[in-house]
Design a protein around this ligand. Structure first.
Ligand code: PRX
Length: 637
């Protein structure tokens, strides 16, 4: 059994052991899983190249650990509860035995369609059980899944399909989200027409009886091929360091990069963190509201919970449908014990109905989590008073796509909680704060750039097809350390508080958006000379997107121009990247070497113009007053 820490002393002991002898600590955790062959070396640690390997030489299949292992001991325990979008629709329940059989059928179908070990399979799916089934089916046969959030545009989808030369796309016909029915396959069709020549098949799950365009050379209905398969599929024996999945995430430059996670370390770490952070006990029902298109869905809807033999709830809908009580009604209905969501959802629900949670029985909740962005004090206290109500503890969990699992978090009833603090590192995690020069800031009461100085098992291994980018983004900035891109404070007792990104990444409703990506999209408009995008505080989204746009000519119809820009961004990236504010400018503030002074733009967008710093070195200092005036007009309108 994976170690489950139960007291502060046990936490301190585990932490000390994990630092004194990380290899022994993680070997102990790894030995609780089923391996076809044991590893010969626990860790190969090269943080420079980088080249990190865990459980080297080990052979396994992660789905045997997620499914077969539990089928042997508790076949009839629920693995997945699926709560559909509509309240009148019945939830679907899958036991471990049923899930294994569905996964095997899908795995056999993939094989029949010519998929084999190492092939990349792109997913563009809503939150339906088939997404979990198909992801596990890939892992069963050694194919690599690359899940793309179904809110991204055809352009973004095409970029990701091409980057990984995916052989197949798995999608649904439509997606039910709140009151909307969104055409999913249509987007896939559009993406494929953008030069996705590697795609040989599109597997389509039918969730409505609406018509879709059909290309018989490419498209296959799920029910035509999966349903008739045998429900036994021998798992592919994988190397511990074989790829499990690719997940794209935005950075400060260029196109999103494909973060690569491998089988063995990811398995050990997601299970360990799930059991400890959520203190999951046999019989509990756990619910994470994330979408499987993000890392939270991968690690804490699917892999972590199933590895731990838990019952994991999947929700198809959105928090506000049909009303602001939906989350709490689901908690009450399924007697949820652990609930995990994002600050943006907490803020939206808080705004929609301050007292709403009081109408529901939430007494079964033991742990309630937050992830994806800094949680503000007001939201933290509301979550504590209205949802936790003295029964549950809040865990503010800090981690990233690249880290694979949670790194810094309170442990419920074990370590103390302090509003807005992710608090202490989990065993195996060695955070450090450094200054701009990479000098470690020792002691407490310090603030700096957050780095991790020793590998944990689920650290990213590379960025797909471009190892150099992995090195330059994460390992080159501070030698011998993994750089997170976040700034953090360490308080007088050693607790961490994450402040936010220090690079050109905006965290919009917990989604990472690169400013460069949005600028590239805006600049596609023929009327735009240049643009600069920054983040600014937003009541619900955490950060909003503020775009400064310089046009070629005098703008005649501003509203029309604005709409065209929004449409271009939606088309290039997806609606989540649409700027909340567009300010048309005569000129952008530039240094003498021609660089845009983003610091000034950020301050103006944040409405904090009292101290803009030294603007005299600008090439065009007069631009600052123009910008301030323009912003005032927008704020007052
Ligand atoms: O800035 C941090 C923020 O989200 C970033 C990672 O985003 P992503 O890779 O999309 O993964 C999100 C889900 C794990 C981080 O660099 N972030 C994540 N969790 C927190 C957070 N910021 C503050 N507090 C958190 N608990």
């Amino acid at each position: 059994m994976t170690l489950q820490i139960k007291s502060f002393d046990e936490y301190k002991d585990a932490y000390r052991r994990s630092v004194d002898d990380p290899e022994a600590f993680w070997a102990e955790q790894a030995s609780t899983f089923e391996w076809r062959e044991k590893w010969h070396t626990v860790l190969e640690n090269d943080f420079i190249t980088p080249d990190v390997k865990w459980f080297v030489g080990g052979k396994l299949n992660i789905t045997e650990n997620c499914l077969d292992r539990h089928v042997k001991t508790k076949p009839d325990q629920l693995a997945i509860i699926w709560e559909p979008n509509e309240v009148f629709q019945k939830p679907l329940r899958l036991t471990y035995k049923q899930l294994l059989s569905e996964v095997n059928k899908c795995a056999n179908a993939l094989k029949e369609m010519g998929v084999s070990k190492g092939d990349r399979i792109c997913f563009y799916m809503p939150m339906i059980p088939q997404v979990a089934i198909a992801m596990l089916a890939c892992a069963r046969i050694g194919a690599i899944h690359s899940v793309v959030f179904a809110g991204f545009s055809a352009n973004s989808l095409a970029d990701r399909i091409k980057d990984a030369s995916c052989k197949m796309v798995i999608c649904s016909d439509f997606n039910h989200r709140g009151p909307k029915t969104i055409p999913v396959k249509e987007v896939v069709d559009e993406a494929i027409k953008m030069g996705c020549d590697s795609v040989e098949k599109v597997l389509v799950f039918q969730s409505t009886n609406k018509n879709v365009e059909w290309n018989p050379d490419l498209d296959i209905w799920w029910h035509d091929i999966v349903d008739r398969q045998d429900d036994v599929c021998e798992p592919e024996v994988m190397d511990s360091e074989d790829m499990l999945f690719i997940l794209y995430t935005s950075g400060s430059t260029g196109k999103p990069k494909g973060v690569v996670h491998t089988v063995g370390g990811y398995m050990v770490y997601t299970c360990f963190t799930f059991k400890n952070v959520f203190q999951y006990e046999e019989g509990d029902t756990y619910w994470c509201t994330a979408d499987v298109g993000w890392i939270t869905g991968h690690s804490y809807i699917l892999y972590g919970p199933l590895l731990a033999g838990a019952t994991t709830l999947m929700f198809e809908g959105v928090p506000g449908h049909p009303d602001a009580g939906r989350f709490w009604r689901v908690c009450e209905k399924h007697r949820v014990n652990q609930f995990y969501t994002a600050p943006t959802a907490i803020r939206a629900l808080m705004a929609a109905g301050w007292h709403e949670p009081e109408h529901y029985d939430l007494s079964e909740l033991k742990v309630i989590g937050s992830v994806g962005e800094p949680i503000n004090e007001e939201a933290w206290h509301w979550y504590d008073e209205k949802v936790a109500r003295g029964n549950a503890k809040i865990v503010d969990t800090w981690w990233q796509t690249e880290t694979g699992g949670i790194l810094i978090t309170p442990l419920p009833n074990i370590t103390d909680t302090k509003p807005c603090f992710a608090s202490y590192p989990l065993p195996g995690v060695q955070p450090v704060l450094v200054d701009q020069n990479g000098t470690e800031l020792v002691g407490n009461n310090v603030e700096g750039l957050l780095c991790i100085k020793f590998p944990w098992p689920s650290i990213l291994r590379t960025t797909y097809g471009d190892h150099e980018r992995c090195k330059s983004t994460y390992f080159a900035p501070f030698k011998g350390m993994y750089f997170t891109g976040d700034g953090a404070k360490r308080d007088e007792d050693g607790r961490y508080r994450i402040i936010g990104r220090v690079d050109d990444v905006i965290n919009v409703s917990g989604h990472r958006i690169g400013t460069a990506e949005v600028e590239d999209a805006i600049n596609q408009h023929s009327g735009v000379v240049e643009s600069a995008v920054v983040g600014y505080p937003h009541d619900i989204k955490g950060q909003g997107i503020y775009a400064y746009v310089k046009a070629h000519h005098e703008i005649v119809e501003e509203a029309h121009f604005r709409k065209e820009i929004l449409d271009i961004v939606t088309k290039a990236i997806g609606p989540i990247a649409k700027p909340d504010v567009i300010q048309f400018v005569i000129q952008l503030p530039k240094t003498r070497s021609g660089k845009i002074m983003r610091r000034i733009l950020r301050k103006i967008a944040e409405r904090d113009t009292s101290n803009l710093g030294d603007t005299s070195t600008l090439l065009n200092p007069e631009s600052v007053d123009e910008l301030k005036e323009g912003a005032e007009k927008i704020f007052n309108s």
